[in-house]
Design a protein around this ligand. Structure first.
Ligand code: SAH
Ligand code: SF4
Length: 340
């Protein structure tokens, strides 16, 4: 059976080296080629002796994951459709921001999503399956192999609800820390608000940023957007968030999609400011990105600025999310895992 090197940690690589009667140092070199230099082929591991490389090739491959399509946006954002060996595909997006030396990978945690928010293209597909932790980290390795660059930040904001696949997400997070050397504070997990899992996360004293997709200032509006509101409502969510912040000491991010005439009024901004009063958070306003078959429209810039001002006046730090890759359907909520 052919071994896949991507996703193996240093201990596993040391066991492999031992089987091949090689030193632990060889394992360290292979590890570096996979996670830091992210080469495409074993032949490129030039500090390994040729005989050793040949033997490694007879036992192992770097990956079995393929890039099915790749699109580059006019703003430099790259969207990959990645295919796993079973034929299932997910999207992964690489974003660069001109004014920062960061490379951010937006990774998927599931194929499809069961939460079915009315504004999101991923939800329209329904739930297909969870990704394993190795499949999650493969997305970052694929980007690194393709671009030759090292990813510095990760956001779990691709397809899927990360807290409904928490075990694999936490394992991937651990590998991002140890094997990729990406600090926990450079990783953000975004959730639609799965309360029991937020409680579980609080116990792990997670150092990554938790982002909550709130999107509305009261139960009625939120239920219209997110069916999950009928299971885990906005008041219970608030209690869980206060408890989470107390336990972890971390500031959270509140995500709020701005939809014209629906949740972008001055009344909504005031109601939101009251809801967030006791929650230590930054607010990220996301201009709605259009998705086929929905009736929603993006708020005007003027309304977004008014909304922002009211929240800032309440003492919060508010940013408006830069729209990335909308011309290639790579922006928030536009990922659905389709080929064209
Ligand atoms: N399932 C998780 C993470 C993936 S979505 C979650 O929902 O939080 C990442 C962010 O994009 C979420 O805040 C989500 O609500 C938002 N989003 C989804 N569809 C969108 C759309 N059409 N326009 C703008 N943002 C959208
Ligand atoms: Fe799932 Fe997030 Fe899309 Fe809602 S917004 S359907 S939780 S991926």
């Amino acid at each position: 059976m052919c071994i896949v090197l991507s996703g193996m940690n240093l201990n596993e690589l040391e066991d492999l080296a031992a089987e091949m009667k090689a030193s632990k140092f060889r394992a360290k070199q292979i590890h570096n080629w996979i996670y830091s230099k992210s080469v495409d082929s074993i032949d490129e591991m030039t500090n390994l002796a040729k005989d050793f490389r040949e033997e490694l090739k007879s036992r192992a491959v770097i990956t079995k994951t393929k890039i099915k399509t790749k699109q580059v946006s006019s703003d430099g954002t790259i969207k990959y459709l990645i295919e796993y060996p079973d034929g299932e595909c997910v999207e992964t997006v690489l974003m660069r921001f001109d004014n920062r030396a960061n490379l951010t990978a937006c990774v998927s945690s599931q194929v499809g999503c069961a939460v079915n928010c009315s504004f999101c293209a991923t939800g329209k597909r329904g739930f297909i399956r969870n990704l394993t932790y190795k499949e999650i980290i493969e997305q970052v390795l694929t980007i690194q192999r393709d671009t030759g660059l090292k990813v510095t930040n990760i956001v779990f904001m691709g397809q899927g609800e990360p807290l409904l696949n928490l075990e694999n997400v936490l394992k991937a997070l651990n590998l991002f820390n140890t094997d990729f050397q990406i600090g926990a504070r450079r990783i953000t997990i975004s959730t639609s608000g799965i309360i029991p899992k937020i409680k579980e996360l609080a116990k792990t004293e997670l150092q990554s940023t938790l982002a909550i997709s709130l999107h509305a200032s009261n139960h009625k509006l939120r239920a219209e957007l997110m069916p999950i509101e009928n299971k885990y409502n906005i008041d219970e969510l608030k209690k869980a968030l206060v408890e989470y912040i107390e336990k972890t000491g971390r500031r959270i991010t509140i995500e709020y999609i701005m939809i014209k005439g629906f949740n972008d009024t001055i009344e909504c901004a005031k109601e939101l400011a009251i809801y967030l009063k006791d929650i230590k958070c930054n607010i990220n306003l996301i201009p709605y990105n259009s998705v086929d078959d929905t009736k929603f429209k993006k708020s005007s810039n003027n309304d977004i600025m008014k909304f922002k001002y009211i929240l800032e006046h309440s003492g919060k730090k508010v940013t408006v999310r830069l729209e990335r890759g909308a011309d290639i359907d790579a922006a928030c909520g536009q990922l659905r895992g389709r080929i064209i």
